[in-house]
Design a protein. Structure first.
Length: 209
């Protein structure tokens, strides 16, 4: 297998944090009420439709019909989505800048609502180093569907085996690996630099470059 010559980054919980709890802990006074809301009303299974391209407004409507007493809280998912995002991971930003300084091609592949992408991009100048980003909400495809990985490689102009894919999801990592990508499951930001050095994409610190 050839060495990677480019990096394909996931965004949420790799470059920036993302958790609905970040917002809703400020809305519900009781932790148990927050837990109930996120586990039985605005669930991740419900949210995936935003990632698939359904607008916040359209996806909220049937949920509000079932839970009219929670209309305000449900609408906040779209109205204050960026309050679920953050912080930016300094280690990942530093890796992106270091790769850019060496001329390594970098790309994004994210499950994200179309409506949120521009706001997320504004959180860090590091996104400006991506040559292209495939956003699920724009494509009507979500990871781990193999089709979205193939699309990302096609738009990058590289074969999967030329790309190192970094994501926090085990399911996404497995799907990418099956297609031939080099993969790394993001769990510890401190492991990024040694990973990139090991793949020959960065030089070890202290050696210059």
């Amino acid at each position: 297998m050839r060495a990677p010559r480019g990096v394909l980054w996931d965004v949420g919980n790799v470059i920036v944090g993302w958790s609905p709890r970040r917002l809703y802990e400020t809305i519900f006074r009781e932790p148990a009420a927050c837990d109930r809301f996120l586990s039985s009303v605005c669930t991740l299974d419900w949210h995936i439709e935003h990632d698939r391209g359904v607008s916040f407004r359209d996806n909220a409507a049937p949920l509000i019909a079932r839970h009219p007493e929670l209309e305000a809280e449900i609408r906040l998912w779209g109205e204050r989505f960026l309050d679920m995002v953050g912080p930016v991971f300094a280690e990942t930003e530093a890796a992106i800048y270091a790769l850019a300084a060496r001329g390594v091609p970098q790309f994004g592949l994210t499950n994200m609502p179309s409506e949120a992408w521009s706001g997320v991009q504004a959180l860090s100048p590091a996104f400006g180093h991506f040559r292209d980003t495939v956003v699920s909400g724009d494509e009507g495809l979500v990871k781990p569907d193999p089709a979205i990985f193939r699309l990302a490689a096609e738009r990058a102009g590289m074969a999967p085996e030329e790309l190192l894919f970094i994501d926090d999801s085990a399911a996404n990592i497995a799907a990418a690996e099956a297609l031939g990508f080099h993969v790394h499951r993001f769990e510890d930001p401190a492991r990024l630099n040694p990973l990139l050095v090991g793949h020959g994409l960065l030089e070890a610190r202290g050696r210059g470059g």
